[in-house]
Design a binder for this molecule. Structure first.
Ligand code: PEP
Length: 261
């Protein structure tokens, strides 16, 4: 049985607060007919509170793009889970490859952040994925296994069940190069197997595994049809209400038609 899809938009470092409000108002109008998709948008920190007000009367969820692993303290420039909750966030993206690459985040820190998010009842969307060099060297499964083991594989059963995983091959992020549905499905079923073996089949089947990497309206359906792809983490195409709404509609239609190959 396919799960209700989850489509999350990562706005990265785009949109001032007023631009974010305009975008979310258009998205709200475009997505009002959607009932079978969990929608999450992750604007920059500075727009969270304003966007939260616009989302008040909708089923669209708010998420952040990062978070520090302490509730408060002398951590200049960081944002805490309590601040995110206060701004209306239910989700947080953790371990995005841009955080790993440009800000040197490692799996140990990501693990601490995941535990903290869960402690404060924020749902972490934890990103894993290999670089092109790692795929070319046929190390992609090993790389993802290590990221899985170290960032989430030591969580207790009741905690892992609340996590969302996003498989994002680094070579497909913002490059226009999508993994083929078969390449993505291969990794998703591998991650599902890790969950089944480490925890249980029941837990493995409950966890949503999203695909991320140049998802667009015209490739959404072929990805969503795959049995282990439960949704998408969308970067560039989430910055325009029209394309993000189309991705959501495609995910809903695929889910409702019960299509999977
Ligand atoms: C992302 O930022 O998580 C992402 C997948 O970006 P894009 O859709 O632009 O490749």
């Amino acid at each position: 049985m396919k799960k209700r899809p989850l489509i999350a938009g990562n706005w990265k470092m785009y949109k001032t607060a007023s631009e974010a409000v305009t975008l979310v108002q258009t998205l709200k109008a475009a997505a009002h007919t959607v009932s079978n998709v969990t929608i999450v948008i992750c604007p920059p920190f500075t727009a969270l509170s304003e966007v939260s007000k616009v989302l008040n009367d909708t089923s669209i969820n708010l998420g952040a793009q990062n978070m520090y692993c302490a509730p408060e303290g002398a951590f200049t420039g960081e944002i805490s889970p309590t601040m995110l909750k206060d701004s209306g966030c239910r989700y947080v993206i953790l371990g995005h490859s841009e955080r790993r690459q440009y800000f040197k985040e490692d799996d140990i820190l990501i693990h601490e952040k995941v535990k903290t998010a869960l402690k404060y009842s924020i749902i972490p969307i934890v990103c894993v994925g290999e670089t092109l060099a790692e795929r070319d060297a046929k190390k992609h499964f090993d790389v993802v296994k290590t990221q899985f083991d170290e960032s989430i594989g030591r969580l207790e059963k009741e905690d892992i069940a609340k996590v969302v995983i996003a498989y994002e091959p680094v070579w497909a992020i913002g490059t226009g190069k999508t993994a083929t549905p078969d390449q993505a499905e291969q990794m998703h079923s591998y991650i599902r197997r890790l969950l089944n073996e480490r925890y249980s089949q029941e837990i493995g089947s409950r966890i949503s595994i999203l695909y991320g990497g140049s998802v667009k309206p015209d490739n959404t359906r072929s990805l969503m049809e795959k049995p282990n792809i439960d949704g998408a983490l969308v970067g560039g195409a989430s910055l325009k209400a029209e394309s993000f709404a189309q991705i959501i509609q495609e995910a809903q239609q695929t889910y409702e038609s019960g299509n999977h190959s």
